[in-house]
Design a protein around this ligand. Structure first.
Ligand code: CAO
Length: 406
């Protein structure tokens, strides 16, 4: 069965996290992803945060599966000819170098269009057009400048970055979607186009509800936030839910730092929640029975529910509240995640074998297509596919062979 992107070739000039996660998704969808790496050095993450000496790090292996690796020195004229031929024979080029790097290599958008007018040229940078366009960026810089940090944490604490890598892996998903849209448009325009994304813009997209709340400030307090006084910006809301239903993380038995259950109070299940926690008298009580009546009493209500959750493990509390129809979720530590059989069964945690590292666990594809089953294969060793790719390119461009491309 052909996969969604079978027959599509990707020149992968990505490094670190944001770009590689995007091209890994393209590879999982069946594209032939050729990762261009600096000879003898490769993607910087091969050697970053290494847990085993001289072995590609988990940082690299978990972000670069299903790809081929081709070493090319982009400052060498002979290697640039190989690169040019690869661009000619490809459908997509993805890069997340610092601003201007590809231009300095001689591959401006105009030059790329001349080489291959059908190529989709996708770039991820820290910032969009404007005063910051030439600045480099990493995950936390995007979270700081896109509204993520100022709205994360508790009101009496400093701004905090999210553990989920929304600037890098989150934006990789934005970029993947944009590339697929451009690929679809090409089916009727028969030409490529420029796809650009800024990490800051992507964070802002994910902070959409905070910008919603900012505009609500003019019309009164944000009642679902755990404070009464507001300034002229959206404060950090601790664990308050960003949605229309109030939520909070409640302590459970055990006393560990992750012994918490996140509980949401849905109006339609208030009665059954009240009954489950042993406060049936509140089910129809006028001070508690409606969302409006509950809002000013949320702190008191969380304390009542917590009195109940603290008598149970997060797993038992989860089970009982779930049975009562109350939306809730235990806070999983990374250990809980790794031991979760369901995540292994659904393919979100996958064991992969590696010639140097042995077996390791990687995170699988976050979506499924019924006609494109994802089979995760290991990341390539540096330059593992030098010979086969150079031969492939030389077979349709003999001049390349003469120039020493082997
Ligand atoms: N052959 C020869 N040279 C190569 C090469 C190759 N195959 N691949 C890369 N290089 C060179 C480039 O030519 C460039 O050199 P010059 O500055 O002399 O042109 C250099 O390596 C790469 O530059 P860079 O700015 O991309 O890398 P950096 O380590 O200085 O900065 C980063 C890294 C991530 C801050 C920057 O790439 C960036 O801002 N990227 C865009 C945003 C982004 O993706 N950030 C998130 C990364 S995940 O946290």
């Amino acid at each position: 069965m052909a996969k969604a992107l079978e027959g599509i070739r990707v020149v992968d000039m990505t490094h670190v996290q944001a770009g590689p996660v995007c091209t890994q998704l393209l590879a999982w969808m069946g594209a032939d992803v050729i990762k261009i790496e600096q000879p003898g050095k490769g993607d910087v993450t091969r050697s970053q945060l290494r847990d085993i000496p001289d072995v590609d790090s988990l940082y690299f292996t978990m972000l670069n599966s299903n790809k081929r690796s081709l070493e090319l020195n982009m400052k060498d004229e002979g290697d640039k000819e190989v690169f040019t031929e690869l661009v000619r024979q490809s459908d997509i080029l993805v890069e997340n170098f610092g601003p201007g790097v590809l231009d300095r290599m001689g591959y401006t958008w105009e030059a790329i269009q001349e080489i291959n007018p059908k190529l989709i040229f996708a770039s991820l940078k820290g910032f969009g057009p404007g005063p910051l366009q030439d600045a480099k960026a990493y995950e936390n810089i995007a979270q700081a400048t896109g509204g993520g940090m100022s709205t994360t944490g508790f009101p009496d604490g400093p701004p905090v970055v999210a553990g989920a890598q929304i600037g890098d892996s989150g934006n990789a998903v934005h970029l993947f979607g944009a590339i697929c849209a451009a690929l679809f448009q090409r089916t009727h325009t028969h030409k490529g186009q420029r796809v650009q994304i800024s990490m800051r813009g992507g964070i802002l997209n994910l902070c959409r509800v905070k910008i919603r709340d900012h505009q609500r400030l003019d019309h009164g307090p944000l009642n679902e936030y755990p404070m009464d006084e507001f300034g002229d910006y959206v404060p950090r809301a601790g664990n308050a839910s960003g949605g229309g239903q109030p939520g909070w993380a409640l302590k459970c038995a055990g006393g560990g730092e992750n012994d918490y259950l996140y509980v949401v109070i849905q109006p339609q299940v208030w009665k059954s929640l009240a009954k489950t926690i042993g406060h049936e008298e509140l089910a129809d009580h006028p001070d508690y029975a409606t969302p409006g009546a509950r809002l000013p009493r949320l702190i008191e209500i969380w304390a009542m529910i917590e009195e109940w959750t603290q008598t149970k493990s997060k797993w038992d509390a989860f089970k009982e509240l779930n049975e009562a129809g109350v939306p809730c979720g235990p806070v999983y530590s990374t250990k809980d995640i790794m031991e979760d059989e369901g995540l292994h069964n659904e393919g979100m945690l996958v064991k992969v074998d590696h010639p140097d590292r042995g077996e390791y666990v990687t995170v699988g594809c976050p979506f499924t297509l019924s006609d494109t089953p994802v089979e995760i294969t290991r990341s390539p060793l540096l330059g593992e596919h030098n010979e086969e790719i150079r031969q492939l390119l030389a077979s349709s461009n003999p001049k390349l062979e003469a120039a020493g491309a082997q």
